[in-house]
Ligand binder design. Structure first.
Ligand code: FES
Ligand code: FES
Length: 703
């Protein structure tokens, strides 16, 4: 095992896996069985996968999700996306520098007829929404085919080590995302009416209502569904700034894939762009994997993600630079530092506020776009089509679980099955789970300084209720008939007060409940806080810096107990001896050494004009701006002149950035003419579509 593999993790248990040999540029390396090529390369410290034929720019991964085509390599001579293709024993992997040589063809290849498979329901995507919907079909014996392009089910659930928010009753709130994935998959696999095809990519929806899919064994087949349900999730948004395509700049979801799914320590020092939930959670996951987080920038005056996520990072010692922006990613062949600056009221960087930080990885976490093209196309062609989860509307995974369930029931009903009445409240719950954070109030502490009680450091209205479900004396409530209300701890009968059981401290997904116990020593009460890091990283007798919700230091205190029991599901409870004056304010302790967050002595100014908008074709922002200023409004024209949108990702990555350039140049959205979309949404070799048989095992003909 190399030093880039995660051998210990507070939540995930590295499973022993057989190692298989492969070569990279002729050098013998090993991969875990079932591992993708990109993760295997990262596990050996390799993150430059190729050099672009146009300008010889180094390329690495961006999405690790099959969407951007940045990670192309040659595997046994064939171009493949390294983030999707798993390593085969003896595979020879090479950089895809320039266009690959076409394989030698011996005469006209033999073709086979394309199989047509009728199914009542086709589900595209086995993430939270697809799994939930499929379970509803399975329960009713409805024949369905679920396809997913990854080698395991679960979608973004398998990337999430934290306990989920949302409703305890409706969507397993309080349970970790990875465990929800296992629960859903285990249940689904008990229903024989649902067939599952993994490593199977949907390519296109055709006007004759067939859906072309490429199976994991390399066979192209056409599915003829009566109904299609699109639960294909979301793709990460790209961002244009100088140095934005340097290897080491990639999406937060890609980072979670490498670290949490594949247990690869893909970064040495991390910087995050974007203070929404995805960026905040990625920072937390980095700290859990013992990867230092240098900082996070957010252009808005406040992080837009849940305050409890934001507070966690602040408490653990990550500086949050709000009203700041990234100026550049710096480095020659890969990221070596990042430069940021403060923004003024007109969103312009303020001269003199520039700071640079040494880091080798910059995560883009500025939001997600729905992967909805299959849904749109199917609907346009009159195929009965539904969408759920992020493919319908970007929201938390808990919302996707619930919307998938509802969509599954609706489809079952529309197919003539008796599903009873789908309660109106279910739709209300679905809307609640999708909702953005609401009102934030100032934190108030209980006046009491006797006995034992929890302090709820939860001051923002978000959909979340696990704390109300675990109190054995039922003392925590959300008053409004809506789980977005703020929880309150109330003791109607003093004889039946808090017992100090710590269950609420353990279950809170936001790590936002502490327990203060004055019973033994009223001057130095004991404060219990949750801790989701390696349990041997803290010991009784340690001195630790404790902080309030916002990250303000309250002083060093002694650890008086560390409790890691099975029932607490990997949440360690840490007891601290805290002076009375600070006890109720303690919300967490610092886990990261402050030195890692210090800026460099001088800021790095990147002079290269390499703000790339179209990554696939390496088209810089300046070229597109010139055309916009010359009056071009039709993206197809821009495409014809610059080749932007013409690359292998099918314009999935650059279209939104081009729209943004238009906006920056003052062009209204209504005046922009979008480019013609390609009929195929994913790349595929033409021979595959024609039914050319793979010549030899392993020739998957992916591109
Ligand atoms: S990184 Fe592999 S397709 Fe995006
Ligand atoms: S980024 Fe892929 S076509 Fe432009």
């Amino acid at each position: 095992m190399s030093g880039y593999r995660i051998e210990r993790h507070p939540i995930l248990t590295p499973q022993p896996a057989g190692m298989i040999p492969f070569t990279w540029k002729g050098r013998p390396l090993t991969a875990r069985k079932g591992e993708t090529i990109s993760s295997a390369l990262f596990a050996h410290g390799e993150r430059i996968f190729s050099y672009h034929p146009k300008d010889h720019a180094p390329q690495g991964i961006f999405c690790a999700n099959g969407q951007c085509a940045q990670c192309l390599v040659l595997a046994d001579g064939l171009p493949v996306k390294s983030c999707m293709e798993t390593v085969r024993p003896g595979m020879a992997v090479q950089p895809a520098d320039g266009l690959p040589e076409l394989p030698k063809v011996k005469g006209n290849p033999a073709t086979r007829p394309i199989d047509e498979i009728p199914v009542p329901v086709l589900i595209i995507g086995g993430g939270p929404a697809g799994l939930s919907a499929a379970i509803e079909f399975g329960k009713r014996g409805i024949k369905a085919l679920l396809i997913d392009d990854k080698h395991r089910l679960g979608g973004k659930l398998v990337l999430q080590t934290h306990r989920f928010f949302g409703s305890y009753d409706a969507v397993y709130a309080g349970t970790r995302g990875i465990d929800i994935a296992t629960k859903l998959e285990t249940e689904l696999r008990t229903y024989p009416s649902v067939e599952i095809w993994l490593q199977t990519t949907a390519l296109a929806v055709f006007s004759d209502h067939k859906v072309g899919v490429l199976r994991g064994d390399g066979r192209y087949v056409q599915i003829r569904p009566d109904v299609v349900l699109v639960t294909s999730g979301a793709r990460e948004k790209s961002l244009a700034f100088p140095g934005n395509t340097l290897p080491g700049v990639y999406g937060a979801g890609a980072f979670q894939t490498l670290v949490n799914r594949d247990l690869v320590r893909s970064a040495g020092r991390l910087f995050i762009i974007g203070g929404g939930n995805v960026g905040l959670i990625a920072g937390y996951h980095a700290l859990q994997a013992e990867i230092p987080v240098v900082g996070l920038v957010e252009a808005l005056p406040e992080c837009s993600g849940y305050k409890v996520h934001r507070d966690k990072l602040a408490r653990f010692g990550v500086p949050l630079y709000t009203s700041h922006t990234i100026l550049s990613a710096n480095g020659t062949d890969q990221v070596e530092s990042v430069t940021i600056a403060a923004l003024d009221k007109q969103w312009k960087p303020v001269p003199g506020t520039e700071k640079s930080f040494a880091c080798d990885t910059i995560l883009i976490a500025i939001g997600l776009d729905p992967v909805d093209e299959f849904f749109v196309k199917a609907r346009d062609f009159g195929l009965q089509a539904y969408a759920a989860g992020d493919a319908e509307e970007i929201a938390e995974a808990s919302a996707a679980i619930f919307s998938g369930k509802i969509r599954g029931l609706e489809i079952a009903r529309d197919l003539g099955h008796d599903v009873g009445v789908i309660a109106k409240e279910w739709y209300t719950t679905a809307d609640i789970l999708k909702s953005r954070p609401g009102l934030t109030v100032a934190e108030e502490y209980p006046a009491d300084e006797t006995g034992v009680f929890p302090v709820l450091h939860c001051v923002q209205e978000i959909p979340c209720d696990p704390c109300t479900t675990v109190c054995p004396r039922d003392l925590i409530h959300i008053h409004a008939d809506d789980i977005r209300g703020l929880p309150a701890f109330e003791v109607p009968d003093p004889a039946k007060g808090c017992t100090g059981c710590e269950k609420c401290v353990t279950i809170c997904p936001g790590l936002a409940i502490s327990l203060v116990d004055y019973r033994k020593d009223p001057e130095f009460p004991s404060v219990t806080i949750p801790y989701e890091f390696l349990k041997d990283s803290i010991e009784t007798g340690d001195r630790v810096m404790v902080l309030d919700t916002t990250g303000a230091e309250l002083g060093e205190v002694e650890v008086t107990g560390v409790r890691a029991i099975k029932a607490n599901d990997r949440t360690v409870l840490v007891k601290l001896r805290v002076p009375k004056a600070a006890a109720k304010r303690v919300a967490g302790l610092r886990v990261q050494d402050g030195d890692v967050t210090k800026p460099m002595a001088r800021y790095v100014s990147r002079t290269a004009d390499d703000t790339i908008v179209c990554r696939c074709e390496r088209v810089p922002a300046g070229e597109i701006r010139r055309l916009i200023r010359a009056g071009h409004r039709d993206i197809s024209q821009i495409k014809a002149v610059t080749r932007a949108c013409m690359g292998s990702c099918g314009a999935k990555t650059c279209t939104a950035l081009i729209h943004r350039l238009f906006r920056e140049e003052g062009v209204a959205e209504k005046d922009i003419v979008d480019q013609t979309k390609r009929p195929l949404f994913m790349e595929v070799a033409l021979g595959t579509l024609a039914g050319v048989e793979a010549e030899e095992e392993g020739d998957h003909g992916r591109l």
